[in-house]
Design a protein around this ligand. Structure first.
Ligand code: UDX
Length: 438
């Protein structure tokens, strides 16, 4: 089987690499020449555990190819996956220009009945619009009866665990409208789910909706728990206990109930916005999701508020150590990261920031330039600090040497945005502690 994957971002590169790992002949396509040249030499543009090995191994084995020239490879393929970005535009709609560009290239160059699969997260109805646009171009080329198929195959992988998620998915969702498409997709995914085949076939619109609904549900759980945590603080309850109490009900389940300083990343903020817009365009209001978004906006301000409250609003000239810049551990992605919002507020109040992150320093530098100090390690960041704030729960932050920190910090305050520390432990070392909902 031969497939092309267009777009070498998170979804495209991980999908392409993992398909090739199963023996499929994969060509990854991107318009960014530097990126493609880099990939040929094993330079991976994103930090993702395990990805480099798979890319290099399969490229060396001749199963994974990289090119900027989609037209020249298109007609060698059985399927082409569209995995280009769909960031939010100014109004919160999914930005579709990259998807349409690829669609046009396909329409202008196919001359055999390919299966065109949408992997990007796209508004409901997009696969059908792709079909119409390709057909229009075929009509113009006098190839009206070529007969191609479209399918929707949303991706549910998590950054930082993308390779594992892709290789052992909970389930694969596929929207199809022909037996041929169903048969091809079954063949492609069977190796991933040999012992427990969990490909859920459905119609295309439902498949596109499933992706948005999935991310929206997860974002809802987080905002719900953040709301509960904020209430816990006010009534003296402990959200960790409440979380364990409710999570042990199998109807609720224990995953994705962690309160914190808000969700970030490339998916939840953008997809929640997009589904609200999809609804608006369909004449419906998503009241729950609007609240989910609002709670998250407020929650991203909470670390700064706790810091400011501790010093009764007098923070100018203070120094803060920020541990963690990425939106979550095991990634260098800082898109919509709560840490960056915190740093913006600190800088606006003329607070000095000393930041450390195991992977995301370079990405943060692109946004913050020399406005903050980039520390060598966690202790360098904490030097002379008036507070230590932790927006990201990297493993290496979990068991620091509190005695050293006690010596080097000016004020002994820890603001824990992910509830990774034990309050009593910190009290015993003489630190003030603020968590989320504790
Ligand atoms: C998410 C979805 O999990 C994935 O299925 C989809 O394909 C893309 O979006 P990702 O953005 O990589 O993946 O990260 P995820 O691990 O889901 O975390 C998202 C955000 O939610 C992070 O900022 C994280 O800190 C936050 N989060 C997660 C919480 O605040 N509490 C939780 O209990 C879980």
């Amino acid at each position: 089987m031969k497939i092309a994957v267009v777009g070498t971002g998170y979804v495209g590169l991980v999908s392409g690499a993992c398909f090739s790992e199963m023996g499929v002949d994969v060509t990854c396509v991107d318009i960014d020449e530097a990126k493609i040249e880099g990939l040929k030499q094993g330079i991976i543009p994103i930090y993702e555990p395990g990805l480099k090995n798979i890319v290099v191994r399969n490229h060396d084995a001749g199963r994974l190819h990289f090119t900027t020239d989609l037209p020249s490879v298109l007609n060698d393929m059985d399927m082409v996956f569209i995995a280009v970005g769909t960031p939010s535009d100014e109004d919160g709609n999914a930005e579709m220009k990259y998807v349409w560009k690829v669609t046009e290239t396909i329409g202008d160059h196919i001359d055999k009945p390919l299966l065109i699969v949408t992997k990007s997260t796209v508004p409901v109805g997009t696969s059908h619009r792709i079909k119409e646009r390709v057909q229009k171009r075929l009509d113009r080329r006098g190839l009206s009866n070529l007969g191609f198929d479209v399918a929707s195959n949303p991706e549910f992988l998590k950054e930082g665990a993308a390779v594992d998620d892709f290789m052992s998915p909970d389930r694969v969702v596929v929207g199809v409208e022909s037996e041929r498409a169903k048969e091809l997709m079954t063949r492609l995914y069977r190796p991933f789910l040999l012992n427990n085949f969990r490909v859920i076939f459905m119609d295309i619109l439902s498949s596109e909706m499933t992706k948005y609904a999935s991310n929206a549900m997860l974002a809802t759980r987080i905002s719900f728990m953040n709301d509960i945590a904020n209430l816990c603080e006010r009534v003296g309850a402990d959200v960790n206990m409440v979380r364990r109490g409710i999570g042990s009900d199998t109807r609720i389940g224990k995953n994705f109930l962690y309160p914190g300083c808000g969700y970030g990343g490339s998916c939840f903020p953008k997809d929640v916005k997009a589904i609200i817009k999809v609804a608006e365009n369909a004449g419906y209001e998503m009241s729950v999701l609007k609240a989910v978004e609002q709670v998250n906006e407020n929650q991203k301000k909470i670390l700064f508020q706790k810091f400011s409250e501790f010093f009764n609003g007098v923070v100018e000239g203070k120094t803060v150590a920020v541990w963690g810049l990425s939106f979550k551990p095991e990634t260098d992605d800082v898109r919509d990261a709560p840490a960056l919002q915190l740093i913006d507020s600190l800088l606006e109040s003329n607070v000095n920031v000393r930041a450390y992150d195991p992977a995301a320093m370079d990405e943060a530098k692109k946004r913050l330039n020399d406005k903050i100090y980039y520390a060598k390690d966690i202790y360098d960041a904490a030097n002379n600090a008036d507070a230590l704030i932790v927006p990201t729960e990297w493993k290496e932050f979990r068991l620091p040497n509190w005695e050293i920190l006690k010596k080097i910090m000016r004020t002994h305050l820890v603001i824990d945005g992910r509830n990774i520390y034990n309050k009593e432990d910190l009290f015993s070392y003489g630190f003030g502690y603020r968590g989320i909902g504790l």
